[in-house]
Design a protein around this ligand. Structure first.
Ligand code: ZN
Length: 186
């Protein structure tokens, strides 16, 4: 697993926390998914991300998988524009579908696989769902809440911590996003 630069920042900040800053993350946990399984599922999430392009939404896709057997419970893409809904992020939609599929708000046996690092809302929803893992592709330096700006998945002040796995097919996710924004600028 790739080391994120701001992990060093956290270490440097130990003992001088300010309000709102992250404390030192808990001990490193095992990645939620086997690397080859994570890679395959990221392929499904990338297919979902491409589907968002049909309605001119930012191409971000998400899958929720049952960790024990790899069964995909939900697969969604960003529908913020299509639904005119600020909460219609791929992750939130997939978490809702997965909860419906297992008839429980608690998703501790499941992992979220998403092409881009989740934002504060989606990382917060993952904690609320007691999710068993988050696997993401590209980091999001502007909105990321799983290591870039915050780490809501690994904050011992919250009532649940979510094992993280980052950088899975990150280049594919980044390329998709870059092409989308380049096309919009031209
Ligand atoms: Zn989000």
């Amino acid at each position: 697993m790739r080391e994120r630069p701001n992990r060093h920042a956290w270490k440097a900040c130990v003992g001088q926390l300010t309000v709102g800053s992250n404390p030192t993350p808990s001990a490193v946990t095992e990645p939620p998914l086997d690397p080859s399984v994570a890679d395959t599922l990221m392929g499904v999430a990338l297919d979902e991300a491409r589907a968002a392009l049909d309605h001119d939404d930012v191409p971000i896709g998400a899958v929720v998988v049952r960790i024990s057997d790899g069964v995909v419970l939900a697969r969604r893409h960003n529908e913020r524009e299509a639904a005119a809904d600020p909460t219609a992020h791929a992750e939130l939609l997939a978490l809702r579908d997965a909860a419906h599929a297992v008839d429980s708000w608690r998703l501790d046996g499941c992992a979220l696989v998403v092409t881009l690092e989740p934002c504060p809302m989606c990382a917060g929803a993952a904690v609320a769902a007691r999710l068993g893992g988050i696997v993401f592709g590209a980091p999001d330096p502007k909105d990321g809440a799983c290591g870039s700006l915050y780490n809501l998945a690994a904050d011992p002040r919250l009532n649940h911590e979510v094992p993280l796995q980052d950088g899975v097919r990150a280049d594919d996710a980044s390329a998709l996003l870059r092409a989308f924004f380049a096309a919009r600028r031209s």
